[in-house]
Design a binder for this molecule. Structure first.
Ligand SMILES: O=P(O)(O)O[C@H]1O[C@H](CO)[C@@H](O)[C@H]1O
Ligand SMILES: Nc1nc2[nH]cnc2c(=O)[nH]1
Length: 332
């Protein structure tokens, strides 16, 4: 025996009411807020995609790089070390982030016989990129066959003994961004890039650090060449004075807004790491007061700083990288 609902739905009125009810339910469903599950951008860079990017740059350049170089602010001229460069714009590389700033290129070539892949305009979280994107060029380098990477950046001095234009070889870092759970390891883990959990102890290669210090002596820059601890902040804001004091009490020598996400990916991928920063300002510098100017004080400060990195120190960075590559390549 059927129930009353069943009989009711067989009558013309019942059928109409059932149809109306169905429409009502659909409308209610449509009005409910949608559950949005944000896709980690790292999902856009699965192993196969990064592999295709690497294959593309190798095919175009006919170069299998063993060394990688990332040039920081003020240090773009290091790219002129690359002989017979093949310049590959980001937009030509399949699925590479492009059409946005930085609209840069990967540069492939040789430095004194050492096959290299280099990047001038890095992706930075302070420009709105997620950590996985910041690390993408390093992963492309890894899958190109790079075994050693040199990472450079502009940074602010926390160590009061440092001066403008000094160079600090990084022996260790404090990943302050990582402490807030912002990491270039975000997204699903793929063991083809590296293992899920890995130690960051000795991430910066000790032999390369010693080699770098030795070269510093050779080329006469040891007076302004240091080894120290780097801290990575999110930026784009600079430190408050209280933050600068806190960094000093943590034994940080220099602070910046990039580099560490790349270091994580490089170490994850088993690359040897050599890294330095050039000091472009003091972290406890107060904003320059220029009441007559319409620009804000931070902008005028950055412009002022950019004039203060002495060209000879930039040249010293090029010499350091050139000689380091020469030594490394001779040994193999
Ligand atoms: O790391 P590079 O590319 O040198 O850039 C550095 O310089 C900028 C600040 O002046 C920041 O973006 C900082 O990360
Ligand atoms: N966090 C930080 N990064 C920098 N990069 C260049 N200068 C600075 C600075 O003063 N602070």
């Amino acid at each position: 025996m059927c129930n009353t609902d069943c009989c009711a739905s067989r009558s013309p009125i019942g059928k109409r009411m059932a149809a109306r009810r169905l429409l009502q339910l659909e409308e209610e469903e449509r009005r409910k807020p949608k559950l949005v599950i944000p896709t980690p951008q790292s999902l856009f860079y699965p192993f196969e995609e990064v592999e295709a990017m690497a294959q593309y740059v190798i095919e175009i350049s006919h170069i299998r790089p063993k060394y990688g170089l990332i040039c920081g602010s003020f240090l773009g001229s290091m790219i002129s070390l690359v002989e017979q460069p093949v310049v590959i714009p980001f937009e030509d590389i399949p699925n590479f982030p492009a059409g946005i700033e930085p609209n840069g290129s990967l540069v492939m070539g040789n430095v004194m016989g050492a096959p290299i892949i280099a990047l001038v305009d890095r992706f930075q979280s302070c420009d709105g990129f997620n950590q996985a994107t910041c690390a993408l060029p390093v992963r492309v380098m890894q899958l190109c066959g790079v075994k050693t990477i040199m990472l450079t950046s502009a940074a602010a001095a926390v160590n009061p003994r440092y001066g403008l234009g000094d160079i600090m070889l990084i022996e260790d870092h404090i990943n302050i961004v990582g402490m807030m759970h912002q990491t270039s390891m975000e997204g699903p883990s793929d063991p083809r890039f590296g293992s899920r959990f890995f130690s960051m102890v000795n991430a910066y290669d000790k032999d390369l650090l010693a080699l770098g210090l030795g070269i510093g002596k050779e080329i006469g820059i040891n007076k302004f060449l240091h080894r120290g601890v780097f801290a990575c902040l999110g930026g784009p804001v600079y430190e408050t004075l209280a933050e600068e004091r806190a960094l000093r009490s943590m034994d940080v020598d220099a602070v910046g807004m990039s580099l560490v996400p790349e270091v994580l990916a490089a170490h994850h991928g088993g690359l040897k790491i050599f890294s330095f920063v050039i000091i472009s300002m003091m972290a406890n510098e107060k904003p320059v007061e220029e009441p007559d100017k319409e620009t804000d004080s931070r902008t005028s400060k950055i412009e002022e700083v950019s004039l203060e990195v002495p060209p000879l120190r930039v040249q010293a960075c090029s010499d350091l990288i050139g000689r380091l590559l020469y030594h490394m390549h001779q040994e193999h």
